[in-house]
Structures are given as structure tokens and as C-alpha cells.
Design a protein around this ligand. Sequence first.
Ligand code: FES
Ligand SMILES: [Fe+2]
Length: 465
Amino acid sequence: MKPDQNELITRIGPGTPCGAVLRAYWQPVALVDEFEPRLDPRMAQRPVKALRVLGQDLVLFRDAAGQWGLLDRDCPHRGADLSFGRHEGDGLRCPFHGWKFDAAGRCLETPAEPTGSKLCERVTQRSYPVLERSGVLFAWFGEPGRQPPFPAFDCFAAPASHTFAFKGLWQCNWLQAFEVGIDPAHPSFLHRFLSDAPLDAIGDNAAGKQFRSASAGELAGERWPMSRIMREFHQPELSFESRPWGLQLTALRPMTEELTHVRVTQAIFPHTFVIPLSETLTITQMHVPVDDTRTYWYSFFTSFAGPVDKEAMRQQRLQFISLPDYLPKSGRHNRWGFNADEQRTQTYLGMGEEDINVHDQWAVESMGPIQDRTREHLGTSDKVIMANRRTLLKAIETVQAGGTAPGVADAALAPQMQGPDTVDGIAPAGAWATWWQEKAQAKRAAAPWSASAAAARSSADTELT
Ligand code: FES
Ligand SMILES: [Fe+2]
């Protein structure tokens, strides 16, 4: 890849071509939990947060009526930082000269101006629409009024009782963060355990244990942990198909004449992937740039069976990530916890068995803040990464020419934004394609929330037409 092309697909600040593509999609900006006084005592007194998203400095607050306000952070008077503002219930007041703004960015008062001044009526601070979905606040940074419908994917259609959201910061560019998630070859190496844990020792919600769960199906009457399949069959046959939201990825690992392991995951353009965590849980992970060299991942855990235990899931993750900024405890500063003994005897990587997120974190952070793609050598097993980069380059061209960004940004495709399905299982070799679809349909049909989600979707469709 040429240096200018690498620049083009990684720089996302205001005014950049790739930034314009990312601004064509609703972007996660904070967990609702970040305003929970139990998790951040400062919020009891003053529900205000300084944010940086897509290279823009912002302030997010909740007013006394429960309304979310997301505004540019520089006061439109003389530029002081509004995240230090006085929270007055109906708005945020800049402590420099007392100008006050409501959640929509309207200027309510300019108290130093002479009585009768109309200055206030001429000033508006840019505000960004905010939506709350599955425990996460999403914002719209595109052209005002041009936001597409919010997609009705499973992770957003499932009720609060069946979803849990969490996040963490990675010190790297958004694209390399996303590219690890759409790389179906890496679990056989990066996440390899040299021996398997007993299947019954794995709780369904266990943090960071993605590949410890059982694959669906059996081989010779035996259930297999995903970790064993990943380790023993490390040359998957990869393929991808276009879907309205992006790419559907299939990794086949033939096991015997009769049986093949099939893992189907989804890439939702521009920066989201969906993977199975267990037979009844999926993870949807989004990668939103803080700026060019830092990225927050947001994960949505969706249960297709019983309700999730949010408190337990949060506590598990707080072992590895610290509040209030969701910074991982491992990182470059402590060599991501690398242990050479462990690498020799227990894991392929040597960065712990408890939290596989650290494995991915090492992979993406160790490349440097922005991967130098002029020095890489892609192989056949990187075909999904190449396909995604082609889509991204095309999307940049389309948006620059005034066209609509693909997938979720295209309102005409909204009714097709459903699912998307994933699986990890042992299938009959000749019939894996129908086998996995039946599995996925059965999983959805068994979800206690599937009927109400379908009803909500069809009423949303009616509203659209
Ligand atoms: S800079 Fe904010 S009121 Fe003057
Ligand atoms: Fe991974």
C-alpha cells in the first residue's frame, strides 16, 4: 500500500475524506453506566463528561429533565472549556462569563451583556443528536437532519435484560483495531491455549473466555471446546459474501471426512463485527476513533437465552479495565503482561489466559499508533482485510462525490438490517451451509425476545413507508 493511501484510510478528523465516511453512521460516544453515580461518584453531583470522538472535543451532559446534551466543548463566546461548566439543571453555564446553553445548544443567557441585549438569540453552540440503545449513547456527527434510521440489529433489538455493554480504550488507530476482528485466521494462533479447560468450568458470561466455550455439535459423541478446534485446525478455508450491512465471513475447518467446523461471523461496515461467544451469546463490537491514534471499543453482549447478569459481567471486566475512563490495566507500559514461561508452557502468546482481549490489544497496539501498511505483506488468509479495505476506499470515493455511504448509512437498506447471524459449530461436511442457517434460525426463534423484536421491526418498517 502507498503511504498516501494509508493516510487516506486512517485519518478521521473533521474535514478528512475517511472522517466524512465515519460521520455517515451513528457512533457510540459513552456508556450510560458512565453517568451512574455508583460507578462514578462524581456523577451524583454533576452529570457532565468531557469527550473526544472522531478528533472532536465535546461535552456530554444530562439535564434535570433527563435530556442528553452533546455539544462542541469550546464555548462560542471566547472558547473556554464547557466541560468545566456549572450544571444548572436546565443547561450548562460557562464559568468564564456565564453564558448558558441548553441540551440543544441554544444560548439561554449572556449575563455580562447589557440588559436587553439580543446577542444570545444570535448564538448557537453546535449540538449533536443523541440516542440511547442497549446501554450506550450514540451520536450523529454527520450533516444535521440527515441521520439514517438506527439499525435494528439483534444487539439493539434485544431488551435491556438480555444485553450488556462495556468498553475499553486501545492506543491505536481505529482501522487496525477493526481489522483484528475481521481476521478469521488469528484465533488459531493469537488466542491459542496449549491445553483445554474442562467445558463445565466455563461460565456462560465469563469475561475474556471466548474460545473456552464449546462449539455447537459433536464429533464422535464428544463436545469440543472451540480452543481445541482452533489449535488443531489452523488453516481455515476462508470466504466472504456481500451482505446489505457489509461482509459475512465463513471459516471452514474440515475435521473428518464427514464433519467440518464452521464459524460464521459478520463485518458491519465501517467498524463493527459480530462473533459468537457461546451457543447462546454473541458479541457485537464497534471501534470508534477518539482521534487518529486512540480508539474505544464498545462491546454489546446479547443473550438469546436467559437474562444476563450485568453486575457479574461488569465485575469480571473491571478486573482488567479501570474506571472512570475504561483504561486497560495492561498495555505497552507493562509489556501487556508478557510472560515468557507462560508462552513456552501455556499459551501461544504469553499474556494470560484470563482475558483474551489483552491478546487483541497487544496485536493492535504493538503495530504502533498507526500501522505502517507500506511495510506489510498480505497473504491468502488476509483476503477479508483486503476486501474491507476495497470497500472503505470505494466508500471514501462515493462520499467525496456526494453519494451515500454503504450499509447502515443507506436509509434504503434499513429494512434489511437484521440479525446478523453467527455460529461456531461442528457441521455435516456436505451440508454445513444449511446446517448453520438452521442453527441460527433455531437460536433466534428460541430467544425469549425474538417475537417482540420482530414486531418492533415491522412497526418501524410501517413508519418508514
Ligand atoms: S468564554 Fe464562555 S462565557 Fe465567555
Ligand atoms: Fe481476537
